[in-house]
Write a protein that binds this ligand. Structure first.
Ligand SMILES: NC(=O)c1ccc[n+]([C@@H]2O[C@H](COP(=O)([O-])OP(=O)(O)OC[C@H]3O[C@@H](n4cnc5c(N)ncnc54)[C@H](OP(=O)(O)O)[C@@H]3O)[C@@H](O)[C@H]2O)c1
Length: 374
């Protein structure tokens, strides 16, 4: 990255970071009067955030995207397809301009759904997808595959399913230990040159792989799990993102619904269509032990007219100005609630109080049965 670009990125970072903490949460509750007494309207709430820097930057409305995976896969119920097309189109009408999917979601069906839904406004949005898993007979085998030839084949197929001629932000879904990351970055670089891809991202990549990939093809974003229950990237990945001017997209920012308070020890999941069955943190003992976090969120939110989900998302966005969460939802009411969280900020006192309370809770249960970040 050029020196000047890095300086601009850092300057912007410290400005937004400071303003985020300085503003009072109460004054930013949706629809309320701001400090000058002027009532905020829908448009003034649509602030943007920037992922990446220089020619690799992407502007994201609200600083929040929509995760589409759960509309067809892995979150137990599969809602009516037409209804989900309606949710995506309404999200666009509300100003959302970043939509996240992947070849693996379904597999395939989620890309097909998103492709159909975004068709009327394709040119106006940032379309994100991912490659990197082996799929046979319409099923994920559990193996990785980031061989250059395979990446190219996946992109061709994804473009068809997404009904478009380019993917705005293409991620490697998981680092494939069998393929040097430089070869992956080189392949995506070629795809960018050919116009089939616009920007490059990695999911669950460690700092060494981020550096190696970025040296070949500058990265726009790292997409990795980050939430109040999974805070490791704050110390392990954020420093390298800040140094290189790469944005961060927290996936499962509501910890797969746990942080909304909608999950408890009686919650059951549909076998074969919900990975929470296999994740240690969603087992009975962990669900009960971690409830202390929900207590902190609801107590904090209740005093401010905000929900647990809104506090959980606002906490993420207050970390850095280049953090763009992609909460997933199948409900317009939840989408609206999540978007309103982009107005919420912490005062310095609130920030300390909240983080002290969170730090006092020991999180029980690993996030996955095996390490994901490589
Ligand atoms: N790169 C990766 O490896 C990876 C892995 C997982 C996910 N992702 C991406 O990240 C996106 C989001 O992740 P996720 O779906 O796993 O987890 P999430 O966003 O943390 O949580 C989604 C769940 O929370 C519920 N929810 C959302 N907003 C809510 C609200 N305001 N109140 C109550 N419940 C609410 C949703 O249910 P309702 O539908 O009922 O609202 C859904 O079950 C995915 O769509 C996908 O694009 C990427």
């Amino acid at each position: 990255m050029q020196d000047q670009q890095r300086r601009d990125f850092l300057k912007k970072g410290s400005f937004f970071g400071a303003s985020m903490i300085a503003a009072s949460a109460m004054s930013l509750v949706p629809g309320s009067a701001n400090a000058s007494g002027k009532k905020e309207n829908e448009n003034s709430r649509k602030q943007t955030r920037t992922l990446g820097s220089g020619s690799h930057a992407i502007e994201v409305a609200y600083g929040m995207g929509l995760g589409c995976m759960g509309m067809s896969w892995n979150r137990s119920f599969v809602p009516d397809r037409k209804a989900m097309i309606g949710v995506i189109r309404k999200a666009y009408e509300m100003g959302v301009n970043l939509f996240d999917t992947a070849e693996a979601y379904g597999p395939y069906v989620n890309e097909e759904l998103v492709g159909e839904a975004i068709k009327p406004f394709r040119k106006n949005i940032t379309l994100c997808s991912k490659f990197g898993f082996e799929i046979r007979d319409n099923k994920l085998t559990g193996a990785f595959n980031s061989k250059p030839k395979h990446i190219r084949e996946v992109v061709e197929q994804s473009l068809k399913r997404l009904q478009t001629d380019h993917i705005d932000l293409l991620y490697q879904h998981r680092v494939d230990p069998a393929v040097p990351i430089e070869d992956v970055a080189g392949t995506v670089k070629d795809l960018i040159r050919e116009g089939k891809v616009k920007h490059f991202g990695l999911s669950e990549a460690g700092s060494e792989n981020i550096r190696k990939a970025h040296a070949i093809q500058p990265l726009t974003a790292i997409q990795t799990e980050l939430s109040l229950l999974s805070r490791e990237p704050l110390t392990e990945i954020f420093p390298v993102c800040e140094e290189l001017g790469i944005g961060f997209v927290p996936y499962s920012p509501l910890s797969r619904a746990y942080l909304t308070g909608y999950i408890n020890e009686r919650t059951t999941y549909v076998p074969g269509n919900d990975n929470r069955i296999t994740l240690p943190r969603y087992q009975r003992d962990a669900v009960i032990a971690n409830w202390k976090i929900i207590d902190v969120l609801t107590t904090f939110g209740n005093q401010r007219g905000l929900t647990a989900a809104q506090i959980a998302l606002a906490w993420l966005m207050a970390q850095k100005p280049w953090v763009v969460p992609i909460p997933g939802t199948t409900k317009l009411a939840h989408l609206q609630e999540n978007l309103w969280s982009t107005d919420v900020a912490f005062s310095a006192e609130e920030w300390k109080q909240f983080n002290d309370q969170i730090a006092a809770v020991t999180i029980v249960g690993a996030r996955y049965p095996t390490p994901q970040t490589k």
